[in-house]
Ligand binder design. Structure first.
Ligand code: KMT
Ligand code: NI
Length: 172
């Protein structure tokens, strides 16, 4: 895992876009982001149990796995959105980037590699992309029913109760 401010320069979303300015672990925790490196699935299982996560699935995002729709899929994941549930992602293989909004609405880029696990709070604006390897194999864990409906950022999301609660927690 490595976190830095996104450079906001035009170019392929899968490039690093590293501004050279690092983001500290303290700042990430202020945003409500938790991160671990778990080489063994035992630790993932223990975490899931401790947080009462009952469901999971696996997703492979690559041109081989997705064929012609790969480009559309990674564009869709890269649309800024939030979820009404906490989100746990565990990288089984490959890697990718999660971008999350900082307090001043700038993008923080979080580079995840094999065995990285990240917990994102409900209500945080974020987006995802593969990196230049074009390969992410990830486990998505869900507290209850698989419910990863993205709510794309717009008028409706600003007043969303999960969004409001998140901002209050972050800035309070
Ligand atoms: C999300 O919420 O944006 C995703 O789950 C992206 C795919 S999982 C690496
Ligand atoms: Ni998401």
């Amino acid at each position: 895992m490595k976190a830095y401010w996104f450079d906001n320069l035009p170019g392929d979303q899968r490039e690093p876009h590293d501004s050279g300015r690092e983001v500290s672990p303290e700042y990430l925790s202020k945003l409500g982001i938790l991160h671990y490196n778990y080489p063994s699935l035992d630790s993932v299982n223990a975490l899931a149990t401790s947080r009462s996560y009952k469901n999971r699935d696996e997703i492979t995002i690559s041109p081989t796995a997705l064929g012609a729709v790969y480009d559309d899929k990674i564009k869709a994941f890269f649309a800024e959105h939030l979820h009404e549930d906490e989100e746990i992602r565990y990288i089984l293989d490959g890697g990718g980037y999660f971008d999350v909004r900082g307090q001043d609405d700038d993008w923080v880029r979080i580079k995840l590699e094999k065995h990285d696990l990240m917990i994102m709070p409900a209500g945080i604006y974020h987006r995802f992309t593969t990196d230049t390897q074009n390969y992410t194999k990830a486990m998505r864990l869900f507290q209850d029913e698989p419910k990863w409906t993205p709510l794309n950022r717009g008028e409706g999301t600003e007043g969303n109760q999960y969004r409001v609660a998140y901002v209050k927690q972050r800035d309070g």
